[in-house]
Design a protein. Structure first.
Length: 224
């Protein structure tokens, strides 16, 4: 087993211990010392790895945001699809351990300070997608970038919430919903392949952002 896997497993054990204590004794009544003792780590190690009680609840999101930032820094042929794939990666992460995700959801829902932190965390995903689209699609209208990012985030949270409430939700459910988001923005590619010709005739939905029209035309002219 790699060192990274060992660290990841150790962090998961601390999160699980914290969630268990929060569930049994309440968030406010649980101390860092109790969490550290239950997880078998020192108090200093806990603070070094997590920072505080709130942070241990949202540590997975911090990791996911870093991973998505690296993923979006990679080259992508279709920026709109890249944002949707980033959303799918987050869903896939929580779907791998739905019981822990549901445990966390219950605790967050019952603690006002954690609900507020969750709102901020959701906005960070939205802002990450927004900033990425503005950089990947120069000239994109700000309303298109923020609108698409907000809709992807909202749809993702709607589907994830079903999973957190106990339903069996396959990744394909989110994928279908995100395809609909792209369709609404006119950026879902047609299933039929384009014909090779010396003349390029472009027809785009009125809803498609100007920046995306420009990107597709340039891509088509480059290929021909």
């Amino acid at each position: 087993m790699t060192e990274h896997a060992d660290v990841s497993r150790a962090r998961t054990a601390v999160v699980a211990a914290a969630l268990d204590l929060f569930s049994r004794h309440g968030f406010e009544q649980t101390s860092v010392e109790q969490i550290a003792k239950a997880a078998g780590v020192s108090r200093s190690t806990f603070f070094r790895q997590f920072g505080g009680k709130e942070d241990v609840v949202f540590t997975d999101h911090e990791t996911l945001l870093d991973e998505l930032r690296s993923f979006l820094d990679e080259p992508h042929d279709d920026p709109w699809a890249a944002v949707c794939e980033a959303s799918e990666r987050v869903f896939g992460y929580f779907a791998r351990d739905p019981e822990m995700a549901r445990h966390r959801y219950q605790i967050v829902r019952d603690v006002p300070v954690l609900r507020e932190r969750e709102i901020v965390t959701v906005f960070r995903y939205e802002r990450l997608f927004d900033e990425y689209l503005r950089e990947a699609l120069p000239g994109i209208a700000p309303v298109d970038a923020v609108g698409f990012s907000a809709l992807v985030t909202a749809v993702h949270n709607h589907v994830l919430r079903q999973l957190l409430r106990g339903k069996r939700v396959p990744l394909s459910t989110l994928r279908t919903a995100l395809d609909d988001v792209r369709r609404r923005y006119g950026v879902l590619p047609e299933s039929s392949p384009a014909a090779s010709d010396d003349v390029v005739v472009a027809v785009f939905p009125r809803s498609m952002p100007i920046a995306e029209i420009s990107r597709r035309v340039q891509a088509e002219l480059t290929e021909t």
